[in-house]
Design a protein around this ligand. Structure first.
Ligand code: A2R
Ligand code: GDD
Length: 312
């Protein structure tokens, strides 16, 4: 099998490359933006690609002719989407349409996994938790709206053109190498810097009452390879642990791993105009399709993330 990862220089991409090569034994091509770097190695082909350039996508697909396409490229931060809504809309909606439309123009039908978000559900009512794929989506921020839109457009392409598109709603994924704009990486990086004496022993936090459904990125990439093989065309699958944890509890776990005493301080710049209270996945559809089970527990993921920042 030949897989193409679009947007492979990001957090998930680095783990997906290793998983597809080492565990699946597939041949792997990867795209990145020109300014990004991916470690050169003999067994992958690396291409520069901006998904806002439709012609470039056409040329690349004709050249690579993949069986499987993982579309990861995105502006992936909720926080940044408040600050730069138009970039988020361009990349996540227009860019994804460019990808789907370039695939439509091929003379064969590769399988495509479109990565959306648990954030698409947005304002979840108390009796809707854990949230199933059939629940209405009520996005509460710009990022979530773009991913909900990507999901709808993916379904339209699957139905209208009989394209082999499968949609994922990924809940929070975490681990070493994640950018420190996301909560676990952010807290772990701060603790590591405090331990090294690089900052005062005060950790700056945002909204601690939110509850999110966290999965180790290494379990997430296994979910993606299973879904691209076993998922049904035109269907959407939640990918998560099925258990939401309060950010406050995540913070406690991280502080317990710290080698020094640390004070907690709310930084008002880290609070969002709106923050959905709880996002917890109903993963029954995904598990009955793939038999996936997570292998790495939350404490181990947090420990490996802190260790990563201690060495950074
Ligand atoms: O924004 P950058 O410079 O970090 O680059 C990101 C890249 N990207 C693009 N690629 C091609 N054309 C574009 N116009 C474009 N804009 C951004 O997509 C980054 O290298 C990659 C996405 O990776 P991360 O931001 O690290 O996201 P992560 O955690 O790997 O999530 C993968 C997917 C995304 O669709 C998320 O929205 C979803 O899973 O949760
Ligand atoms: N980043 C950050 N920093 N978030 C904080 C902080 C902080 O200091 N303190 C509390 N939070 C809260 C946020 O308000 C949010 O409720 C939660 O922690 C998680 O925030 P992020 O880690 O930034 O992730 P996200 O939930 O907004 O988005 C991530 O998960 C989505 C799936 O649910 C991203 O990975 C998205 O790409 C992904 O789609």
């Amino acid at each position: 099998m030949k897989a193409l990862i679009i947007g492979g220089a990001g957090f998930v991409g680095s783990y997906l490359i290793d998983h597809l090569l080492n565990d699946c034994g597939w041949s792997v091509a990867v795209t990145k933006l020109e300014h990004e770097t991916i470690e050169e190695r003999e067994d992958i082909s690396i291409f520069n690609l901006d998904i806002l350039d439709k012609n470039a996508i056409n040329k690349l697909l004709e050249y690579v002719r993949p069986d499987y396409i993982f579309h990861l490229a995105a502006q992936s931060s909720v926080s940044l989407s408040w600050k730069n809504p138009s970039l988020t809309i361009d990349v996540n909606i227009k860019g994804s349409v460019n990808v789907l439309d370039a695939i439509r123009e091929l003379d064969y039908k590769p399988r495509v996994l479109l990565i959306g978000s648990g954030e698409e559900y947005g304002h979840i009512l108390p009796d809707e938790t854990p949230i199933a794929e059939t629940n209405p989506t009520r996005p509460g921020n710009i990022y979530a709206a773009t991913k909900a839109c990507q999901n709808m457009i993916g379904k339209i392409y699957a139905d209208a053109y009989q394209m082999d598109v499968i949609m994922v709603r990924a809940f929070n994924h975490i681990g070493p190498k994640q950018a420190p704009m996301f909560v676990v990486a952010d807290f772990c990086k701060q603790v590591a810097e405090i331990e090294k004496g690089l900052r005062d022993p005060v950790i700056k936090v945002g909204n601690l009452s939110a509850k999110r459904d966290f999965t180790d990125v290494r379990d997430v990439v296994r979910a993606y390879s299973l879904l691209i093989q076993k998922g049904e065309k035109g269907e959407t699958y939640n990918v998560g642990s099925g258990k939401a944890v309060a950010i406050e509890d995540i913070l406690k776990m991280i502080l317990e791993m710290s080698k020094v005493e640390i004070k907690v301080e709310v930084d008002h710049d880290k609070l969002r105009p709106v923050d959905v209270a709880i996002i917890e996945a109903d993963v029954s559809k995904f598990i009955s399709c793939t038999n996936w089970q997570p292998e790495i527990n939350l404490l181990n993921t947090i420990q490996s993330t802190i260790n990563y920042w201690r060495l950074a």
